[in-house]
Ligand binder design. Structure first.
Ligand SMILES: *Cc1c(COP(=O)(O)O)cnc(C)c1O
Length: 230
């Protein structure tokens, strides 16, 4: 069941790439496995899936400890500074960096493990008050400030679009994030690349891919609805 869901999402991504004239190899599907059991992850692992996204540090730590070491773990949620130390050794990418304090903590913890951690800057494109993220007009300066940290590599931008009934309503959000990344890329900032655009979830990943997403974070469409009561 999970593998069929996964393949269906992959097929939709391919179709969206075709519509947009993009090469499907540009897009990586991250299976967002938060709250889901390790057996679910292993089912997809056996199907060849290696990129998984998690939001909660305790859960990520346990899964990382128990599951195969070649899984690429993406920390996609809001990250508290005091938790960075628990994942710094192995995390593949931290998707939601939006304060310099957090970036500096990642720098310190990455240095301890003698590695460079790829990060994305979370942008609050839609300007929702309830959301984390840097304001679009402040993003360029923020990227410059993070770029001086030698053990942190800014690899691109990330956003979580609003929850909407019709995914088309988020098209302008994705378009704006894409434009912002092109704009920042033109600055040729040292230690910064803008190859990654992490945008699109179950409800709107097709539109996000049409607008240039290179990482899509899909949970519900693969694993089914989440139960937070457990
Ligand atoms: C939970 C989560 C997702 C996946 O959401 P679905 O709607 O289940 O696909 C993607 N991105 C972030 C940041 C999340 O927290």
């Amino acid at each position: 069941m999970l593998t069929e869901n996964y393949d269906k999402v992959l097929g939709n991504i391919r179709s969206a790439c075709e519509r947009a004239g993009r090469d499907a190899s540009e897009v990586t599907l991250i299976a967002v496995s938060k709250t889901k059991p390790e057996s679910d992850i292993m089912e997809l692992y056996d199907h060849g899936v290696r990129d998984f996204g998690e939001n909660y540090i305790q859960e990520l730590r346990e899964k990382h400890e128990h599951l195969p070491s070649d899984i690429r773990w993406h920390m996609i949620g809001h990250l508290q500074r005091n938790k960075v130390k628990y994942i710094a050794e192995y995390v593949t990418m931290i998707h939601a960096v939006d304060t310099l304090e957090l970036a500096k903590t990642i720098e310190k913890e990455a240095a301890k493990h003698d590695r460079v951690i790829p990060v994305l800057i979370e942008v609050n494109v839609a300007g929702e008050e309830s959301k984390f993220g840097v304001a679009p007009e402040e993003t360029k300066e923020f990227v410059k400030a993070v770029s001086v940290l030698p053990h942190v590599h800014v690899s691109g931008l990330m956003t979580s679009a609003p929850f909407v009934k019709n995914a088309e309503e988020n098209r302008s959000v994705f378009e704006k994030l894409h434009e912002l990344s092109v704009d920042i890329n033109r600055e040729n900032i040292d230690n910064v690349t803008m190859r990654v655009l992490s945008m699109g979830m179950t409800n709107d990943y097709n539109v996000a891919v049409e607008e240039g997403a290179t990482l899509v974070r899909v949970g519900t469409a693969i694993f089914g609805a989440r139960d937070y009561s457990k």
